[in-house]
Design a protein around this ligand. Structure first.
Ligand SMILES: O=P(O)(O)OC[C@H]1O[C@H](O[C@H]2O[C@H](CO)[C@@H](O)[C@H](O)[C@H]2O)[C@H](O)[C@@H](O)[C@@H]1O
Ligand SMILES: O=c1ccn([C@@H]2O[C@H](COP(=O)(O)OP(=O)(O)O)[C@@H](O)[C@H]2O)c(=O)[nH]1
Length: 740
């Protein structure tokens, strides 16, 4: 395998509508080669939160495999397409351990440890951020959503916007964003904020983090901010609206509860308690071994409670899971030494032959074991000095379906904004912390149950699916679309109906006809067909069908009214009045087309399930029957071969399809020609596809654009699907008849 010293972004076909980019992938490389390659679950809350989101999204996850100097091809893991980004050993040291974890991490966690500023670390950060941006740009389809995660990749949004202005870009910061007085220490403070402002939406864990960010933007750039909206002036002088607000992250609460309910997990919880000598009170701490987590503070408080006799080792024990983290960073090494010294001292001072004060475990455990530990714990201690969210607190609550257990929670965690019924503590106040631990240990059962019920409701109501849906709705501007034709659209249709000469231009698949598996079986709904015919018969009204299909195929499936104007192959073919099709390929284009067919059919012949659709001025390679990885690989090969033989050919990628055309055209050009042909005073354009955006972009003030379904769009209105489109067209036909 080639070392990654001069590593480049992995090459993958741009077919993914949703791409997540994070430093960590859900798996770390463990060992082995080829088919024997072994992976292990990677640590931390980011992965815990994003895994269920990605499994549901059918997108690509771009990230690092946790090992230096190795390159891996994209692969599938547990239903998720993984796109590994390589890092050299120097980059791991400078970008990850250095700038990310020894500069940004302590700075953003309120300088609990002193941040170190090194120019060569910054250079590596810029270089690696660019590689991640390129990898995401390579994987994203036209107009795709790219969701960048966390402080390691703050420059990616702007870099990505520069490479791919068509993308919808979100960013989520999993750690706190500090007050300006602290943030301003960063020598590259302007570059980092400029990087983040490349996103359309910037998410934070807490409202306070979003507020700190907006203040930094005002101080450093002077941009206007109104509530959660920032007016960003781009290099071209245009103003872009960027949203910065909080979206508290969460867990898959139902899955955690289900796991905790499993008999073997409960049995394991009983075993754990037994192995601890069945004490009255089991206290538990679970953290990555990180100085932000307040592990020393909690052990100090526990040690003092034993010393003071307020708790005894016969009665209470503390289990501390400290999972290995960032072990090559000095501050983390020192922390480990300090904690292990402290455990040794406390156990030496307080343990007896039958009763250990602290059980210290320097391991990472699988989810099931975590659930068993949560069930076994009477008191959960989350005493972080600063923590973006802290998912352990939410997992504990979700596991306690028995409505028992007490959560002691630091007010410096993001989770404390939501989990108000926990016993809230300031971990710096050791006496206050000790009182809280005793209160938790002695809390009456009724009070425990009352608090836990409220906490569980909160975590259930705001689970991780809710988090991602809220973020993505804000990002794409498309929340749930209400059924029927909304009032604003009705009013616009009433205005349109009054226009002297009207063009009604409609996409076919997904707009008049529901999407089906086999494209030749697509048909308009009965209601849509009737409404289209009524409009085609109406005075001073022309109907046009504007499709990506070849014209012959469009005629077959759409059976358009005789008077309809037609545009096929994304505007390459146009059938205006008189029935003739205006498509005259020149000599050179015909030769290119022959060559193109030969290359793509040859590439497709090696993959079972791939098929090639010939079009008058191009070809479409369909890969929907292949696995995502095989489809992406085939598209990559086809693209490379075509690029080599016929450079500069027009390409268009959709989900599981890659199109090449020897003549460039789009639906926008088609609509402009149709409008001129008709002499229309106004246009209604309805479409569901990314390629319909070219048509929406040509609309004027008196026109009406309607996007069908979800996705970023220039259209002013939205409908859910073909049934609602039919209702809209009926409405227009009624109004048009009445107006004439
Ligand atoms: O990838 P590592 O360097 O091993 O670190 C693990 C992760 O730690 C951080 O997690 C944060 O995200 C959690 C989920 O939003 C949140 O609950 C917690 O408060 C944060 O600290 C880090 O932000 C991730 O990027 C790391 O992958
Ligand atoms: O041995 C361990 C320790 C922790 N975790 C998981 O790691 C995540 C920690 O997330 P949190 O937000 O609490 O903190 P982070 O480590 O991300 O700062 C949680 O999902 C834990 O269940 C785990 O699976 N095994």
């Amino acid at each position: 395998m080639k070392p990654a010293t001069d590593a480049a972004a992995p090459n993958i076909a741009p077919v993914y509508d949703m791409v997540v980019v994070s430093n960590r992938l859900p798996v770390d490389y463990l060992g082995g080669e080829g088919a024997q390659t072994q992976w292990k679950a990677s640590p931390g809350g980011l992965v815990t939160a994003l895994e269920p989101v990605m499994r549901a999204a059918d997108g690509a996850w771009v990230g690092w495999t946790g090992v230096a100097e190795r390159e891996f091809e994209p692969f599938e893991h547990d239903g998720i397409t993984i796109v590994p980004v390589p890092l050299s050993a120097d980059e791991v040291e400078d970008y990850y351990e250095g700038f990310s974890n020894d500069t940004l991490w302590p700075l953003y966690h309120d300088v609990i440890a002193p941040p170190r500023y090194h120019r060569e670390w910054w250079d590596a950060y810029v270089r690696v951020n660019r590689r991640f941006a390129e990898a995401a740009a390579n994987a994203a389809s036209d107009g795709a959503v790219v969701w960048v995660q966390d402080y390691q990749l703050q420059l990616v949004p702007r870099m990505l916007r520069e490479i791919r202005p068509d993308l919808v870009i979100g960013f989520f910061n999993h750690i706190p964003f500090p007050a300006y007085g602290i943030y301003s220490q960063l020598p590259w403070r302007r570059q980092v904020i400029a990087g983040l402002l490349g996103a359309d939406v910037i998410g934070f864990q807490r409202a306070a983090d979003a507020g700190n960010f907006s203040r930094a933007v005002r101080r450093l750039f002077g941009y206007r901010t109104r509530g959660t909206v920032i007016d960003v002036r781009d290099d071209d002088g245009k103003v872009r609206h960027v949203v910065a607000r909080h979206f508290p992250i969460s867990i898959d609460a139902a899955a955690f509860e289900q796991m905790a309910r499993r008999p073997e997990v409960q049995e394991r919880a009983r075993e754990i308690r037994k192995s601890l000598g069945d004490p009255d009170i089991v206290m538990l701490g679970v953290d990555r071994l990180d100085y932000t987590k307040g592990i020393r503070h909690r052990m100090k408080a526990f040690g003092e409670l034993l010393r003071d006799g307020r708790l005894s080792v016969e009665e209470a024990t503390l289990v501390q899971v400290a999972s290995p983290s960032r072990e090559r960073v000095d501050t983390y090494r020192q922390l480990r030494d300090e904690i292990e010294l402290q455990v040794g001292r406390l156990n030496g001072d307080h343990s007896t032959l039958g009763h250990q004060a602290i059980t210290y475990l320097h391991h990472g455990y699988p989810r099931e074991e975590m659930a068993a530990l949560y069930l076994a714990a009477d008191v959960m201690l989350v005493t972080a000095l600063r923590d973006g969210m802290n998912l352990v607190a939410k997992e504990y609550v979700a596991s306690r379906y028995d409505d028992d257990g007490v959560l002691v929670l630091s007010e410096f965690t993001g989770a404390s904004d939501e989990l108000r019924q926990a016993v809230l503590v300031n971990p710096h106040d050791i006496d206050g912390l000790k009182d809280a631990m005793v209160e938790a240990a002695r809390m009456p059962k009724r009070e425990r149950a009352r608090r836990m019920r409220a906490l569980r409701k909160r975590v259930r109501d705001n689970d991780v699916a809710n988090w991602s849906a809220t973020f993505l709705e804000t990002l794409t501007g498309a929340g749930p679309i209400s059924p029927g034709v909304p009032d604003g659209l009705r009013a616009a249709i009433a205005r349109l109906a009054e226009m002297p000469r009207l063009l009604v231009a409609l996409d076919f698949d997904g707009t008049l006809a529901p999407i089906v598996d086999r494209p030749d079986e697509a048909r308009s709904t009965e209601r849509a067909r009737t409404a289209v015919e009524r409009l085609a018969d109406a005075d001073d009204t022309r109907v046009a069908l504007v499709s990506g299909r070849a014209l012959d195929s469009l005629k077959d499936v759409a059976a358009p009214p005789v008077a309809a104007l037609l545009s096929g192959s994304h505007g390459v073919e146009l059938q205006l009045d008189g029935g003739g099709v205006t498509l005259d390929l020149r000599e050179g284009e015909l030769t290119s087309l022959e060559q193109l067919i030969e290359i793509v059919e040859d590439a497709a012949s090696s993959s079972d399930g791939a098929w090639v659709e010939r079009k008058p001025a191009g070809i479409a390679l369909h890969t929907r029957k292949l696995s995502a990885t095989a489809g992406a690989a085939l598209q990559r090969v086809a693209r490379e071969r075509v690029d080599a033989a016929l450079p500069g050919l027009s390409t268009r990628s959709g989900k599981n399809v890659l199109e090449f055309a020897v003549r460039a055209s789009d639906k926008g050009e088609a609509l402009t020609r149709l409008r001129q042909h008709v002499g229309a005073d106004a246009v209604l354009y309805v479409g569901d596809d990314i390629t319909d955006e070219d048509a929406f972009a040509t609309l004027d003030i008196d026109d009406v654009g309607v996007k069908v379904g979800q996705g970023k769009s220039l259209a002013a209105f939205r409908l859910r699907g073909p049934d609602d489109v039919a209702e809209l067209l009926e409405l227009l036909a009624d109004r048009r008849d009445a107006a004439r």
